[in-house]
Design a protein around this ligand. Sequence first.
Ligand SMILES: N[C@@H](CCC(=O)N[C@@H](CS)C(=O)NCC(=O)O)C(=O)O
Length: 304
Amino acid sequence: MSDLILHEYEMSPFSEKMRKVLGFKGLTYHAVEQPNIAPKPALTPLTGGYRRIPVLQIGAHIYCDTALMVRELERRFPEPCLTPPHLLGAAEIIADWADHRLFSMSAMPTVIALAELLPPEFFEDRAKMSPGFTAEGAGAMLPHFESQMLLAMSNLDSQLRATPFLLGENPTLADMSVYHVLNFSSAAPVFGNGIAARPALNEWLEKMRGMESGDATPMEASVALEIARATHPDMTPPDDVVEDPALPADAQVTIQADDYGQEVTQGKVVWTRDNELAVLRHDADLGDILVHYPKQGYRISVDS
Ligand SMILES: N[C@@H](CCC(=O)N[C@@H](CS)C(=O)NCC(=O)O)C(=O)O
């Protein structure tokens, strides 16, 4: 039985990124269906507050943010590799661009196109996550988002006319991150047409869609919670631990995304890597949980 539990939902583009990463690595995993709006009562006891999707659970370890999840999977299951050393920097930079800038340009026009499939409270929920994200206020912003996204598509198409994948002959993390945004945004006619008009981009998207999505077995949320309850997290610092003077062990910290989703996680620093922080939280029901966050993209403050 796989130890990997992905808390996700079908329509979530970032979950699709992880499904493709898991598939690329030929991994089996359990999929827990979570709601697409808050509250998420079977998720936040694990994270301590973070409500974004997906979340990766391995026993009583919780990994927030797909950037960190990919690094953890690369460590645990190095082959096949998505971040070969000579492309690691470029892959991380493109993934960060796609997960943030490309996604933020595509999100509003795409959810407006998908509005009929979404619950009525969806826009209110997202407005709480990102001030300004309202269906009514969107009109003025759409032309800018659309034109920016089409310019990005042209850059991607020009690269894909030269190489089969964004960084050469083989798929990397860069492809996974750009893929999930384009796959999602193709639901908006303006973007679907934009992709269709760029043959190399279109061909690459079809190739990415055809790749494996991992072997998922559905799991009830209560089972995932029970697994966390029954397991104690391993607190041993990894070999590549990097002490961070700003985040000393045992300091009580508050972590919050620096873009959208304002919910915080609080916990005690156990160890840090260059771009990772592991904090211990105690949940009254579940016991000890080690929550892992990337440092990039998160504000981390030491509580006084
Ligand atoms: N940087 C985060 C972004 C995750 C994200 O924005 N997820 C979306 C769904 S695809 C989300 O959580 N939306 C709010 C929700 O689903 O409640 C990551 O890489 O995991």
